[in-house]
Design a protein around this ligand. Structure first.
Ligand code: SF4
Length: 393
């Protein structure tokens, strides 16, 4: 991290150099005391001028800050803001969240994705009320003991709410520190090193602002594909910048293509013009959310055959497959799905929740009362758009 002359143009990306760094895999020397002081000072000065005015920065309420930290995991600020505001008007205190039923919690979260976050918030709120008398814990060990709170989330909450010197290492911070130190391995292989660097840099006099500034630097300047090194307060100390390899860092793990599943989905109608929906088991992906039933299309199987088989296995009823409604492509973290959605008619049998927690017959209007995953909300929109045609048919 040797200082360079201010605001000089970066050298062109030097990939052979990057490969040489990777081969040698020599860790960068830790910053000196003088460098640390300058890094802290320059970042805090930049933050004073360029830091974002975000709703959760205007409060010291650990509950509100905790909600924001959880929502910001894997979700961008502009998406989070309206959800954050709606959540706090629906559940203004930890007690109100703890006392809520899970369906209303999931409904308020609907659309944000990664629903385990909402289930964990709910369970953690109950823990806070039962174990900590309704007060958010103020030690790292206690905060980490709550569902859904890891070390970086705990560090973010405790520094923001209580100004405690707890360091952070979220995705943005990993990228900044990997570039600052020209990390010669993927961050996942250097977590102790990165945690140590985050802790070394953290300003013990002002941990709240320092951590917020570091998050802002990663989100607005040291961005994934085109870091704005000219506007960066750390340019003079940045090893990746001085080597011209900032756009090539952090190094990535070799990844294999995501598996792709074809799914047959049934919108099952009964004679009262109601639709059958089911609630997914609590454990596993999208636990506790409602969905239209269906399952994976096996090799050599048609969509229609798949739907008839899956509905018999899951709900012990027979259906007749009718018109195609919509095809939806959706990506999750570890796989992609294509949903082939068909109107179906209930023919025989009493629906039984064999592979789900609960089933309901509901009207099209009543679907709004239930929390659904995103791909299923697209099905509901298609049903609404399709409804006049069905009425005429
Ligand atoms: Fe380094 Fe550029 Fe990132 Fe600043 S923006 S830390 S100079 S790579």
């Amino acid at each position: 991290m040797s200082p360079r002359s201010k605001r000089s143009a970066p050298p062109a990306a030097d990939l052979p150099l990057l490969q040489a760094i990777a081969r040698s895999a020599q860790p960068a020397p830790p910053p000196t005391v003088t460098e640390v002081a300058d890094l802290r000072r320059s970042l805090l000065t930049w933050y004073g001028h360029q830091g974002r005015d975000l709703p959760w920065r205007n409060t010291r309420d650990p509950y509100a800050i905790w909600i924001s930290e959880i929502m910001l995991q894997q979700t961008q600020v502009k998406t989070v803001i309206p959800y954050y505001q709606r959540w706090l008007s629906q559940f203004p205190t930890v007690e109100s969240l703890a006392a809520a039923d899970q369906q209303s919690v999931l409904k308020t979260w609907e659309g944000l994705g990664y629903y385990a976050r909402a289930r964990n918030l709910h369970r953690a709120a109950q823990d806070i009320v039962e174990r900590f008398g309704g007060r958010f814990p103020s030690t790292l060990a206690e905060a980490i003991s709550l569902p859904g709170i890891g070390q970086t989330t705990a560090g973010g909450i405790l520094s923001a709410a209580f100004n405690l010197p707890t360091s952070i290492l979220d995705g943005n911070v990993k990228r900044v520190l990997a570039r600052l130190s020209a990390l010669a391995t993927p961050p996942a292989k250097a977590m102790p090193q990165l945690w140590a660097l985050s802790g070394t840099l953290l300003d013990p006099q002002n941990p709240r602002d320092f951590n917020q500034a570091l998050m802002d630097l990663g989100a607005t300047v040291c961005t994934p594909s085109q870091p704005d090194c000219y506007g960066c307060p750390w340019q003079n100390h940045c090893r990746a910048y001085s080597l011209g390899i900032q756009a090539a860092l952090p190094m990535r793990e070799a990844s294999s293509p995501l598996p792709h599943k074809q799914i047959g989905v049934a919108v099952i109608w009964n004679d009262q013009n109601q639709i059958l929906i089911d609630r997914r088991p609590q454990s596993g992906l999208l636990g506790g959310l409602w969905e239209f039933p269906g399952g994976k299309i096996e090799a050599g199987e048609t969509v229609e055959d798949c739907i008839v088989r899956e509905i018999r296995e899951e709900l012990a009823i027979d259906v007749e497959v009718g018109d195609h409604l919509i095809t939806i492509d959706h990506a999750y973290t570890h796989f992609r799905v294509t949903l082939q959605v068909y109107h179906c008619r209930h023919v025989a049998g009493e629906p039984t929740p064999i592979e789900c927690d609960e089933i309901r017959w509901v009207t099209l209007d009543a679907l709004d009362e239930f929390p659904f995953p995103k791909a299923n909300t697209q099905i509901i929109e298609a049903l609404r758009a399709n409804a006049p045609d069905r009425a005429e048919a």
